[in-house]
Design a protein around this ligand. Structure first.
Ligand SMILES: [Zn+2]
Length: 82
């Protein structure tokens, strides 16, 4: 699994709990080996939590199972800036 695939294809499903067992094992293995993705996932979870606390929903995202492109882009901008 590449960083790009982890973030763009599997992260939302992982958070959502809908990732298959095999994919989940792959995902966790990558996280164990890749510090950048660990940091990314941590900031992603934090952003979701803050968004929920702020208003219960993320603009443009009906559920985490749908591709949260805007959210991912927002997080990327934050992590690039830090
Ligand atoms: Zn990675």
């Amino acid at each position: 699994m590449t960083c790009e695939a982890l973030i763009n294809r599997f992260l939302a499903d992982y958070i959502d709990g809908s990732l298959s067992t095999a994919r989940k094992a792959d995902f966790r293995l990558h996280l164990a080996l890749c510090r950048a993705c660990r940091r990314y996932v941590a900031s992603y979870r934090r952003t979701i939590r803050l968004a929920r606390e702020a208003g219960g929903s993320v603009p443009g995202v009906e559920s985490l199972g749908e591709a949260p492109a805007e959210l991912v882009e927002a997080i990327l901008q934050v992590t690039r800036g830090s």
